[in-house]
Design a protein around this ligand. Structure first.
Ligand SMILES: [Zn+2]
Length: 185
């Protein structure tokens, strides 16, 4: 992070994870069961369009979440425990670390663009799937790069050293906002 002031310019180290949320439309009821959204398509497009393409491009996981019914919110059983999820994440990061032995890279997010081919190579079927998705959705070069990284992480979670079509398919699904506003529909 660089801050410029009269006395000088200072650069501080900054690593952060951006987590953001937004409503699906101005009234907030679009796609909600048993509720009526009063926004027309143009209003929704204008609302979602406030998120600029270049900013959206840099958000790896874009997921639409349905409103949680009250009964599900208060029910305790059936939910996966955080501890179990944590174990899965730790195992995936351990799996990834072995790939980076002897390099300063610690996680997939730190893979430099120049090393993408080395660490995020897709198998033939995965490459074909990404080509089809890209032709349909007009992904930018940056988005493709990010999809490959996310697919690498999904493969790590599955304990797979190769990135397969199913991993790419899941990663592409996590870019749902780009479909929402019609920019890349
Ligand atoms: Zn609405």
């Amino acid at each position: 992070m660089t801050i410029a002031r009269a006395v000088g310019t200072f650069t501080y180290p900054a690593r952060f994870q951006l987590v953001a949320s937004m409503n699906p439309c101005p009234c907030g009821y679009r796609g909600v069961r048993n509720a009526e959204c009063r926004c027309d398509d143009a209003a929704v497009a204008k609302y979602v369009g406030k998120l600029s393409g270049p900013l959206l491009d840099r958000i790896d996981l874009q997921v639409q979440i349905a409103r949680v019914p009250f009964d599900d919110m208060v029910r305790r059983e059936g939910a996966e425990r955080s501890q179990t999820i944590r174990e899965r994440v730790v195992a995936a990061r351990e799996f990834a670390r072995e790939r980076f032995v002897g390099t300063p890279i610690k996680a997939n997010a730190e893979i430099p663009p120049s090393a993408m081919r080395t660490y995020c190579a897709l198998d033939d079927a995965a490459m074909k799937l990404l080509a089809v998705a890209s032709a349909k959705r007009q992904f930018s070069a940056r988005a493709l790069d990010r999809i490959a990284r996310v697919a690498r992480t999904i493969a790590d979670l599955a304990g797979s050293s190769t990135i397969r079509a199913e991993h790419v398919a899941e990663a592409v699904q996590y870019r749902s906002l780009e479909r929402l506003d019609g920019r890349a529909a």
